[in-house]
Design a protein around this ligand. Sequence first.
Ligand code: NAD
Ligand code: ZN
Length: 304
Amino acid sequence: MAVIVDPLRGRTRPVASHPDAEIIDVLTGDHDASDWAVLTGAGMSTDSGIPDYRGPDAAPRQPMTIQTFLSTPEQRARYWARSWVGWPRMRWAKPNAGHLALASLPVAGIITQNVDGLHQAAAEEVGSPSPVVDLHGSLDRVVCLRNGHTFDRDWVQEQLTALNPDFAALTGLDPIDVETAPDGDVDLEETAHFRVLDCPICGGLLKPDVVYFGDAVPPARVDAANRICEAASGLVVLGSSLAVLSGLRFVRASAKAGKPVVIVTDGPTRGDDLATYRSTSRVGDFLAQWASRGIQGDTERLLP
Ligand SMILES: NC(=O)c1ccc[n+]([C@@H]2O[C@H](COP(=O)([O-])OP(=O)(O)OC[C@H]3O[C@@H](n4cnc5c(N)ncnc54)[C@H](O)[C@@H]3O)[C@@H](O)[C@H]2O)c1
Ligand SMILES: [Zn+2]
């Protein structure tokens, strides 16, 4: 007998509350795009080839916590070795149709839990006016934990390559071919000999400028995100399981303020009970429809 593997691994399959066309009526009918705050997660970038953590195809893995990173030099060597291997693929990821469609909508603001910089890349391509808050930071920057010096990730990558000239050959890895995990980390064990770079200015520990699991989001970023949500008439969540509290809090706040919450994610989310409108479509498909309707609306207003 054939074995049927449940792609959601036993989790409750989400159900759409309305057809997408009706949800988009709500987004565009009495509202402009600028009335909506948007919260995005890893599902936004899966079409760019960056895997998510909790989608049906995601490999089970234990992301490194800040406590583990700080615990020993071996853990930091492990992190940096894997990150060094994973960076090229992350670096060259391109915004997908969903990022571009969203960038074409002048929303109140995009609060992203992603660390891949793809909303900014899309905004550059399309000329988007929407502010973007990188809630969890960005992998293209590296920060010194002693004095806050920051460095460009490409420069750090070059230094690491120079410090570890034989590493790729030793492990038999071609950085481009390695399976890259969501945060730019990769599956790779023999990392103990990887030489890590310390801050060239003060000797402090260097860490990618991202919020690790177990770490807090800087208050200024939470404030910026709150301001966007408070000024907006409602919140649209795109491709997030909302498993992480730092994202879920905006859903809770919007629901508490009596504002509509739209959740578009193909897997179950921790905010499903709070959603006014729930779509289980792919975010790219949903955004293509929203953008075409949004732009149509604008054109109609422009006609005499
Ligand atoms: N691209 C990135 O920068 C990246 C990627 C993975 C994880 N992370 C980090 O890990 C945390 C993960 O939490 P999360 O909630 O963002 O992601 P998650 O992996 O927990 O959830 C993603 C959800 O999106 C759904 N999904 C995937 N592709 C989709 C698509 N094309 N259309 C609709 N739904 C889709 C999945 O089924 C899943 O339910 C984040 O806080 C983030 O910092 C970042
Ligand atoms: Zn420093």
